[in-house]
Design a protein around this ligand. Structure first.
Ligand SMILES: [Zn+2]
Length: 411
């Protein structure tokens, strides 16, 4: 420090009273006990953002010294309050103190020793949640979108999304959700990778033929994004495990290939109040919708009864254009991100259909069926058991109704 700097410091010390960290702590504790009527002390942190991100004193306002003159009157409009300033070591807060005095603040205090001394005394501090430097880079294109931003990205990182199946729909959906930074992705799938899956199931590859799909999916996702925790459930969804498995997730992406599982999932999701992003594909056609419990119709409102097994050819027989599940799976991923962020209009009560040959999207309005069997959940669960018994052995089934040309999902 040069002589001029020392002189400025001496001047600031004469002008701005200092409190020890202990005195600041005690004063804030008294104020806390006194209740909201007696908030006479305002604590202001004048450090830079990267310092604040390392931790700050609970209740402090953050006004970096570089912005002090511009922002302090908005942060502390009442100039009769006691403003306690702190920085890292107690020097910048002294300087900031003289500025506030010039601006007309009556009681300005600088905390001696700054945040360093506070931490050194073992006094409490909080660490704000922010993205790491690596995350800020990885998700920089999200951060530029005001509807996502850092807050939205943290929501995505906190989100738990369950993929029912790591097949045709689950692959593109899971891959992009992982890239987007959905922090926890659960995958339930008991199948192994087959050569005939690779025409569309992009989470898997030739080397993984014979490996469990859930494990193969985990490897691919972990290689893409280390922020994502993948939880594998190598089992089939049935009435004994469905409630336990879906309990930990916020959104369910349905890529199932059979009717019993869809009804089972529908009823369990209604009971647990979890939104299901439903998608299905068949040859050149796909469709999707969002079943949001009690806000829109459910799967049973759409299809009250499963088709007779005899009328439901399997998808393995019917076939599917390999790129089609990519489109529908990505639309499911998009709806999932919207639900997590709470932005836009989710496809609740709307069935979107896509005809690849015509190159056309269409939309059908869906309504809650007042006679929907799922209206009465208890009755519904018995119904599910009944259906499971009826449908056992049925795999990927197609059920065309005149209204919607409903299709199965190829997994
Ligand atoms: Zn319903």
């Amino acid at each position: 420090m040069g002589e001029a700097s020392r002189e400025i410091m001496r001047q600031a010390r004469r002008q701005v009273p200092e409190w020890s960290t202990v005195k600041v702590h005690e004063s804030l504790a008294h104020q806390h006990e006194a209740g909201p009527e007696h908030q006479d002390i305002v604590l202001v942190d004048v450090r830079e953002k990267h310092e604040w991100n390392e931790g700050y004193i609970p209740g402090a306002l953050h006004v970096p010294r570089g912005y002090l003159e511009l922002q302090i009157e908005e942060a502390v409009p009442d100039k009769t309050k006691t403003v306690v300033l702190y920085c890292a070591g107690g020097i910048r807060s002294l300087m900031a103190g003289t500025t506030l005095q010039q601006m007309g603040y009556k009681e300005v205090i600088s905390m001696a020793g700054g945040f360093g001394a506070w931490k050194g005394k073992g006094l409490p501090f909080v660490q704000p949640r922010t993205l790491s430097e690596a995350q800020a880079k990885r998700y920089s294109r999200h951060l530029l979108v005001p509807e996502v931003g850092e807050e939205g990205q943290l929501k995505l990182l906190d989100a738990h999304v369950l993929l029912i199946g790591a097949g045709g729909l689950g692959s593109p959906a899971g891959y992009y959700l992982a890239a987007a930074g959905v922090g926890t992705i659960g995958i339930i799938d008991a199948d192994v990778v087959d050569e005939s899956n690779l025409q569309r199931q992009i989470l898997h590859n030739t080397k993984r033929i014979g490996q469990y799909k859930a494990e193969s999916a985990r490897e691919t996702i972990e290689a893409l994004n280390p922020d994502v925790k993948v939880i594998t459930h190598i089992e089939r969804l049935d009435e004994t495990n469905v409630a336990r498995i879906i309990a930990d997730y916020d959104v369910i992406v349905d890529g199932t290939d059979n009717f019993p599982t869809r009804y089972l999932l529908n009823d369990a999701a209604l009971m647990a109040n979890k939104p299901v992003v439903h998608g299905s594909v068949f040859r050149f056609e796909g469709q999707l919708t969002v079943f949001k419990p009690y806000e829109g119709p459910c799967y049973r409102c759409l299809y009250p009864e499963p088709p007779p097994i005899a009328l439901a050819p399997s998808c393995a027989e019917a076939g599917v254009l390999g790129v089609l599940p990519g489109i529908i799976g990505l639309l499911q991923a998009t709806e999932t991100v919207k639900l997590v962020l709470g932005i836009g209009d989710p496809l609740v009560g709307r069935l979107m259909t896509y005809d690849a040959l015509a190159g056309e999207f269409n939309e059908l309005r869906l309504f809650r069926d007042p006679k929907c069997p799922a209206t009465n959940i208890c009755r519904c669960l018995r119904y599910t058991r009944l259906i499971n018994a009826e449908m056992r052995g049925a795999t990927c089934a197609t059920y065309a109704t005149s209204a919607t040309n409903a299709t199965c999902s190829a997994s």
